[in-house]
Design a protein around this ligand. Structure first.
Ligand SMILES: *Cc1c(COP(=O)(O)O)cnc(C)c1O
Length: 412
């Protein structure tokens, strides 16, 4: 027998999706093996021992990741649960809040508050524009009686990938001399985009486990300032389960959770926080920045001379470092997503909130996540696979995207 000289074995098309798949959607994000391995263990005692000691030691790290030394309450729940926890502890029926929306998730928080009996004034900036701080300041100045109890916004709206300039929002509130609480949804951005809760004068931060925190979905966190604690002391929306008081200052271990702890999630989270700490938050943010710019560079090249292809957010200042929303023209975004998953093992994010799923235009949007446990080869690989898909599907695009992306990585 000799080796066959045919260029390859006789199969019409090999399955090139074999190997480790890559879920490049904006949450749940890639879980590090270290996190998964930490969770692979027998059920622990929930009354004493390893778990209880670990959690007590972990709480300062959980505060640090949000840049605060103030209070934190944790819940078994997803991001929606985090919104509800924040609302329940801060507000009473009939309180007025101002919600600044730059996409689907800002609207989601507004809907959650409204459904709980809070009066919501929604300032909707659409899906392509940043928050207009001048409008916010003017509205707050108008509110002479100080009826607006809080300003709620997303740091990154994951649907549009717009990033809100939180220090500029703080400055606008200060310029209006308005006492409202500043409350920020960091579910998509914590552990990806630079954020300093205390230094930036933020009163409340919400995040969940499954994005930058690299842990399976199922835990959410509400960090709150002393000012928020006092402002919410008389909330009439608070119910026993959502009450943050005992969770933030438990006398017994079960009170952290109002019941049984999310045992294995906690072992995973412990490992994830250690990984962030080892890397250092400044490095974590810088890594996300470079990976984001890699994706932007590829889209700029693909879109040159092909206006159907482009990034959703024009100005890089207002772009998320965790996720990039883009358009490809319908139905090519859906075709490409299906191709990359089926043929190459890369799952891209659907376009969210850019069109109704029933609208043919919906198939023109997608999102590329670069969130959490992601490195250069993963992002370059995803981009190269996207380019292969565009070639295979005859989607017209500009040249040089991979070269541009590689140059960003090379420059660091
Ligand atoms: C993911 C996300 C949510 C919702 O979180 P769930 O865990 O899906 O409930 C809310 N806000 C932002 C900014 C998000 O990225």
């Amino acid at each position: 027998m000799t080796q066959s000289n045919s260029p390859r074995p006789n199969v019409s098309r090999p399955d090139l999706s074999r190997g480790r798949s890559y879920l490049a959607i904006p949450g749940p994000s890639v879980m590090p093996d270290r996190v998964l391995n930490a969770m692979h263990r027998a059920a622990p005692n929930i009354y004493a021992g390893d778990l209880t000691e670990m959690v007590a030691a972990m709480w300062p790290d959980l505060r640090a990741v949000a840049g605060t030394t103030q209070h934190v309450a944790a819940y078994i729940g997803n991001g929606h649960a985090g919104w509800e926890a924040a609302n329940a502890n801060l507000f009473s029926r009939g309180d007025l809040v101002l919600v600044l929306s730059t996409g689907r998730f800002g609207i989601g928080w507004a809907e959650s508050a409204r459904a709980m009996g809070v009066e919501v004034e929604l300032m909707d900036f659409g899906t392509q524009a940043p928050v207009d701080m001048g409008r916010v300041e003017a509205r707050l100045r108008q509110d002479r009686e100080g009826r607006i109890k809080a300003v709620l916004t997303t740091h990154v709206d994951t649907s549009s990938s717009i990033r809100t300039d939180i220090p500029a929002l703080r400055a606008a509130m200060d310029a209006a001399r308005h006492p409202a609480l500043l409350c920020v949804d960091c579910i998509a951005s914590l552990g990806c985009d630079e954020y300093h809760m205390d230094a930036w004068g933020i009163d409340l931060t919400v995040a969940a486990s499954q994005k930058g925190l690299m842990t399976p979905p199922g835990m959410c966190f509400v960090w709150f300032s002393e000012k928020a604690r006092e402002a919410g002391a008389k909330s009439d929306l608070r119910t026993p389960y959502w009450d943050w008081r005992k969770r933030a200052e438990p006398e017994e271990f079960w009170q952290y959770w109002a019941g049984t702890a999310p045992t294995h999630h906690l072992f995973g989270l412990r490992e994830a926080l250690s990984m962030l700490h080892e890397e250092g938050m400044a490095n974590v943010w810088a890594r996300h920045e470079v990976l984001a710019r890699t994706v932007w560079a590829a889209f700029d090249a693909w879109g040159a001379g092909h206006p159907r292809i482009g990034l959703n957010v024009a100005d890089p200042i207002y772009r998320s470092r965790a996720v990039t929303a883009a358009r490809l023209g319908a139905p090519d975004a859906t075709r490409l997503r299906e191709w990359t998953e089926r043929e190459a093992g890369v799952t891209l994010g659907i376009g969210l909130g850019m069109a109704l799923p029933s609208d043919p235009a919906w198939h023109g949007f997608l999102r590329v996540a670069h969130m959490g446990h992601v490195n250069a080869h993963m992002t370059l690989g995803a981009l190269a696979v996207m380019e292969a898909g565009m070639i295979a599907l005859n989607i017209p695009h500009g040249p040089g995207a991979l070269d541009a992306a590689a140059k960003i990585i090379a420059a660091g």
